[in-house]
Write a protein that binds this ligand. Structure first.
Ligand SMILES: [Zn+2]
Length: 165
């Protein structure tokens, strides 16, 4: 999937789910991280291996989530709106830690989205980070079918939002 489509799909999903512009921006940056970490030159040998192994990102996201839950005593941390928190409480010392942690958490959520989005246009690692073994190729990257797929996803997301499902 093209980077602008990664950003669009990830950012829109997070925005519709959280209504949080800061969480959205963070997830959009994260949504291109697994590719950008591979470096400027494309190397098919390392492409979509360790950089696209969900285990790293899920582990980090879980640790950060637990930290936020433990510190705030809030279980549904995805209800915490970073933007509104800053607007309401300002930037305090304790607040800062939570706000920064949430911002980093959404970055890793963006990375996880990237991997899921890649799994519909090729293979990604599942159990072994060196083996591209999971996914289906619904479209070729950059093709008209990719844009059609993205458009369908956007339509479904707005539909879910509108129906309040
Ligand atoms: Zn990728």
């Amino acid at each position: 999937m093209k980077w602008h489509n990664h950003k669009l799909l990830t950012g829109l999903t997070i925005f519709l789910a959280t209504s949080d512009p800061l969480a959205t921006v963070s997830s959009m940056i994260g949504s291109i991280f697994p590719d950008s970490i591979e470096g400027k030159t494309f190397n098919p040998k390392i492409h979509r291996t360790h950089s696209h192994w969900f285990v790293y990102y899920v582990t980090i996201a879980t640790i950060i989530s637990l930290y936020i839950m433990y510190t705030t005593k809030i279980m549904n941390i995805y209800n915490i709106n970073i933007y509104k928190t800053i607007m309401h409480y300002g930037i305090g010392i304790i607040n800062n830690k939570i706000v920064i942690s949430l911002f980093i958490l959404y970055f890793f959520i963006g990375c996880i989205f990237h991997i899921l989005e890649d799994a519909v246009c090729g293979k990604i690692p599942l159990f072994n980070p060196n083996k591209k073994e999971f996914g289906i190729r619904l479209f070729v990257v950059g093709s008209i079918r990719e844009y059609f797929f993205v458009a369908c996803c956007i339509f479904i997301m707005f539909f879910i939002k509108k129906m309040n499902l």
